[in-house]
Design a protein around this ligand. Sequence first.
Ligand code: EPU
Length: 341
Amino acid sequence: MTVFNHTKTQSLKALNTFGFDVVAHHYLPIESPEDLSALFLAKAFENQPYGILGGGSNITFTQDYSGLLLHNRIKGCHSVEENADDVIVEFGSGENWHETVLYTLEKGWGGLENLSLIPGTVGASPIQNIGAYGVEIKDTFHALTAFHIPTGNFHTLTANDCAFDYRDSVFKSEKRGQYFITAVQFRLSKNPAIKTQYGDIQATLDGWGIAEPSIRDISNAVIHIRQSKLPNPAEIGNCGSFFKNPIVDSEIIPALTAQYPDLKTFPAGEGLTKVPAGWLIEKAGWKGFKRNHIGVHDKQALVLVNYGGGTGAEIIELAREIQADILQKFGIQLEMEVNAW
Ligand code: EPU
């Protein structure tokens, strides 16, 4: 393969937030959209498996990667449109997510502050419609540009085209594997509406004596809450929430709350209820569980962790055991949020 002449073997240990010690045999950084066109002309996408790596924060490598691994390094930022109220700003898909949020705060543009400190890249954000503290990426998303691998063309996709849902989009279903997202545009506000309703944000601000929070204050509160619950991948390997919060038929809820009066549930559309997976996993006794070098985080049961030296195969084995146990105890099927390769 001619393309393989330009690739190298690369350790992925520092390129996945679980810190699994695996290698990619054919690693290629992608610095610009033109690199993708050149690869298409070289027939790189034919007859061989390929994968796209962003921040490595939503992936469990269970073995070395033997296909063509394209590491997204596309950078850049510019305003596309601006008026008195808002701005449409475009970021290269390989930009670090949290640095991007900090940049928008510096500019005084609101909309992304509740999504502070999420690991990963801008390009990964629409794929699973990242969300935290009452906000999802779909709330500020304007459009994206993506390289369509089967045809070698660049497409523009609107929010409608992306079919965003809870931790879901068209890139995880019917268009899976077809696109390399190169740039994402957000519509941000110069007079932002502050969102403090979710979880501990308001209590944190009250504790700090902040009555009229700025977007920077919201960001600081979110950073503070995340740091108190979620392990820092630089210290303990993890991929954030390993499972989605299951959305179940509301008919099963009364029997569950009768048995577990402390169960908190959230409406999720007609006839549907969202159940916190972290609560289910904790109730089943897994919180703080450890086996060899891996386990379930002791402050947030939704997060599986690698204390160092663990493997992706061990994590997937543990995840399957947890799924089976939750199904047996509660009759609820947990779905993994993290991809396994
Ligand atoms: N809970 C427990 N035990 C636990 C963890 C949670 O009982 O060990 C209960 C909490 O008491 C609370 C409920 O579960 O009543 C929800 O917990 P929390 O607010 O901590 O959020 P989460 O549902 O566990 C989701 C996202 C996170 C996001 C937070 C905050 C998913 C899969 N996860 O977690 O996203 O940061 O809300 O908005 O939706 C991620 O996707 O990687 C991620 C970290």
